[in-house]
Structure formats: C-alpha cells, structure tokens
Design a protein around this ligand. Structure first.
Ligand code: SAM
Length: 277
C-alpha cells in the first residue's frame, strides 16, 4: 500500500513510502531479497560502489544475529523481543531459536510498516511468532503494545535483541536511554544482544559509513567502546565485543582467525551479548 496521505486510519500501519529508500528494503536488496523497490535497489547499488561485498557484509550481520540467538536460546531463554526485525529472510530469529527450543516464542518489532505486512503474510499461521509496528526511540510504544504484551511475559527472562540498527541508524539521539527503558522492563536473567557497524580503523568500515550516509542519510560506525556503552554496564558474555566470525562464547579455547586475516566484509560488523544479573 503506497502511503499517499489519504489512507483511512486503520490502514496507516500498513502504508509505506516507495519514493525514498527504506533501511529494511535496502537491506533486503543487499541480501538478494525480493521485498524492495527500484529506489531501494538504487540505494543498494550505491552502497556496493564503496563496499563491493555488501551482500557478504549483510550476511555477516545475519551470522551475528544467528550466533547470538542460538547462544541465548541455549541458556534457556524461550521468548525473544527482536527490535528492528527487518524483512523475513533466511534463518529468521524464530527459526534459529526454535531449532534449539521448538517452544520458543518470538515477538518481532519494526518501525517500518512493510515489515508488518510482509511478515504477517509469511508468518500468519505461526502462533509462536508475533509482529508489531513500534519504534525503538519510543520504548513505551513497544512495552505498551498489546501484541507485545500478549507475546512476551515480562515476569520471565527475555532475549532482547537490537541487531543491525541501534546506534548506526540513530546518531544524535540517545540509544542508551531507550535500551535502559527496555532493560528495566526485563527481569534478572534476561539477555541483551546487539550488532552494529564497527570502527576499529579499517578502511572498509569508513567506506560502509560513507556509502550508507549517501544512500540512506544515516549509518554511522562506532568504536567497540561505544558499542559496549549501550549495554548499560551489563556484564558481557566472553569474548565481549567481537566480529561475528570470531565470536565463540562456548569455545573459549578455539583458535581464531587473526583480525588482519579476516576478509574485509567480516570486519564491518561487531556483536556482543550480555546477561542481566
Ligand atoms: N535485525 C535484522 C538483521 O540484523 O538482520 C534487520 C536489520 S535492518 C539493517 C534494520 C531494521 O531496523 C530495519 O528493518 C528498520 O526498519 C528497523 N529500524 C530502524 N530504526 C528503527 C527504530 N527506530 N525502531 C524500530 N525499528 C527500526
């Protein structure tokens, strides 16, 4: 549904603007998905000019998503609140979580209405999966959403996910406050899982930032310290903030590929997981 401003109120949540690229659709285009428009494919092509392996970089973020979800599910978490869910693709959060625990529930949240319409179409029969339109920058819109409240029992530990969106798409605002409000609603034993654009001094990271700002108007990289700050002081699961290819919390003795030997697209994203004591 194209949003021409004249839609009845009850259809507004499904309306989306196809005159400008959206993060969700450009990301879908970089992953080779079909839920995007010409304007989004142009955005993805612009990014690819600077980051030729943008598809692999997006896949690397998905690796960070899957590794974090699998780890958190193995710690016994059976309900996930996935904020900035994105469009359905391969290895979605519920598929990864349910491979560990078939009873796991996932509540997807995104502020882009296309995620709701496409997500509902794909997941309509799945009672263990819910999708809601709400915004990270407005935690009460998430915590007070009737579908979120129905899906997530905030008296039991939650797997809170802010994967592939938090800082890098929100520059001058205050992600710490939003995360703090969400964490306050989650009981002890909950987990927080974040991935973000990394800034550790490699030129491909700068290329990613430059291309995203050109294509989308945002997409800032952050140092590992800046990423860690968004965990609000929660103790990070070892190995802390790390590239997805090198993040093996359950294998502390594993021999890792040295950072200098990683491929460029494996140094765009860093991830971390923390547990609320
Ligand atoms: N989490 C998925 C992943 O990592 O593969 C999708 C990441 S995609 C790059 C970022 C998603 O975050 C998009 O679907 C976008 O619509 C959503 N998003 C951006 N800002 C948001 C906000 N303030 N609140 C909720 N969702 C947001």
């Amino acid at each position: 549904v194209e949003n021409d401003g004249n839609l009845p109120e009850d259809e507004q949540e499904y309306a989306f603007d196809i005159s400008r690229p959206s993060i969700a659709r450009v990301y879908d285009a970089t992953l080779g998905g079909k839920d995007n428009f010409a304007v989004d494919r142009e955005g993805a092509a612009m990014i690819a000019k600077y980051v030729p392996k943008i598809r692999e970089a997006s896949q690397d973020n998905r690796l960070g998503l899957a590794k974090g979800v699998r780890y958190v599910a193995r710690q016994g978490i059976d309900q996930f609140l996935d904020i900035g869910a994105g469009l359905p693709t391969m290895q979605n959060t519920h598929q990864v979580a349910q491979a560990v625990n078939p009873n796991a529930k996932v509540c997807y949240v995104d502020n882009d209405p296309i995620v709701l319409s496409h997500g509902r179409a794909l997941l309509a029969d799945d009672e263990s999966t819910v999708i809601a339109t709400a915004d990270l920058r407005d935690p009460p819109s998430i915590l007070g959403h009737p579908d979120v409240r129905k899906a997530i029992d905030f008296d039991r530990p939650v797997g809170l996910m802010v994967v592939g969106l938090m800082m890098h798409f929100h520059p001058a605002e205050n992600p710490g406050q939003w995360i703090g409000a969400l964490l306050d609603a989650c009981p002890s034993g909950s987990y927080l899982h974040i991935t973000d654009f990394a800034n550790t001094g490699f030129p491909e990271q700068e290329a990613m930032e430059k291309s995203c700002i050109q294509a989308l108007g945002n997409g800032w990289m952050r140092t590992p310290e800046e990423i860690e700050a968004h965990f609000q002081g929660l103790p990070l699961v070892a190995p802390g903030i790390e590239y997805p290819t090198r993040w093996f919390p359950e294998e502390p003795d594993r021999e890792l590929i040295p950072v200098e030997d990683l491929e460029e697209h494996q140094r765009i994203i860093m991830m971390g997981v923390a547990r609320k004591p």
